[in-house]
Ligand binder design. Structure first.
Ligand code: PAF
Length: 293
């Protein structure tokens, strides 16, 4: 395989086909090396790069995929607007010593006649799964394909997309993928705002409002963990605080079981507090652990 299957030379080994990916992985396997996969949709920031660093501590070779997956976007979502910046992403991957970029075209991932969907019950329902119909089917299907294409030993995903991480862990277990799924901690701006490619859409005024999100989330988690107020009251107070801070819409603020994501009415086991808010057309999500005192 040539070191690059891409049209313009990139500063690291890069392939666009499943055959190219498999050839490279097979070569490493023959040398007895272990493989890690970090699936992304590109527009790489510090949050993504921390996942690659984490993968590098676990395995010998790290593959990063960049694929803006159309099946996980709803008809009214930002598929066309989603930032595509392959060249600068490739520079970052090269600087981080990533071993291979896999950047397939849509036709490579979804050839004519493609008609299979991986769908996960329970953990994908409600929250992002409730508001973004079909979103987790799209994520589960593309990530299953990436797993089968690369067959890594480990795969790393950000905890920022916490529901996504639990959905992926669920189908990997249910379908016996021999892959260890690792969650990487959320990287944050100085004021605590979780890093996201979508933060770039915020105006200065919206960015000011956004800085309240991590504070209110943390305050609500502490109130629940203290046991002085019921989770229900703490959630209501959190929603009131988000509205007062100027968010245009509070899509959800929910306390869920840390793994199954079933709603918790009391903190009788480790919980996770998850939030989604809107500022104009931009949707921001975040989550924190809520631990028993
Ligand atoms: O989190 C993302 O960037 C995407 O949902 C993923 C996991 C790469 C699947 O397209």
């Amino acid at each position: 395989m040539s070191p690059s299957e891409t049209d313009t030379p990139l500063p690291l080994a890069a392939v666009r086909t499943v055959a190219g990916l498999r050839a490279m992985v097979a070569k490493w396997r023959r040398a007895g090396e272990t493989i890690g996969l970090v699936p992304t949709m590109g527009a790489l920031h510090r949050g993504h790069m921390s996942l690659m660093t984490l993968a590098q501590t676990e395995v010998d070779r790290v593959v990063v995929s960049i694929f803006v997956n159309p099946t996980q976007f709803g008809p009214d979502e930002d598929l066309d607007k989603y930032p595509r910046q392959e060249r600068s992403d490739a520079d970052k991957l090269a600087a981080a010593n990533v071993d291979l970029l896999f950047a397939p075209q849509v036709t490579e991932m979804y050839p004519d006649g493609f008609s299979t969907t991986v769908s996960v019950e329970g953990v994908s329902e409600g929250m992002c799964g409730g508001k973004r119909q079909g979103h987790f089917d799209g994520v589960s299907t593309v990530v299953s394909k990436l797993f089968m294409q690369c067959l890594p030993d480990v795969a790393v995903f950000g905890e920022k997309d916490y529901q996504q991480l639990q959905v992926i862990k669920r189908f990997a277990r249910d379908l016996d993928f021999p892959i260890r799924i690792i969650g990487g901690p959320t990287e944050r701006e100085e004021d605590g705002l979780a890093l996201s490619s979508r933060n770039a859409y915020l105006s200065d005024e919206q960015r000011g409002i956004a800085s309240h999100l991590p504070q209110i989330l943390k305050g609500t988690a502490l109130a629940i963990a203290s046991g002085h107020v019921s989770p229900d009251l703490a959630l209501q107070q959190g929603i009131t605080a988000l509205n007062a801070a100027g968010f245009d819409d509070v899509e959800y603020l929910e306390l869920r079981d840390v793994e199954t994501l079933v709603p918790l009415v009391s903190l009788d086991r480790p919980g996770r507090l998850l939030v989604a808010v809107h500022l104009g057309k931009t949707r921001l999500i975040d989550n924190v652990a809520v631990n028993l005192a």
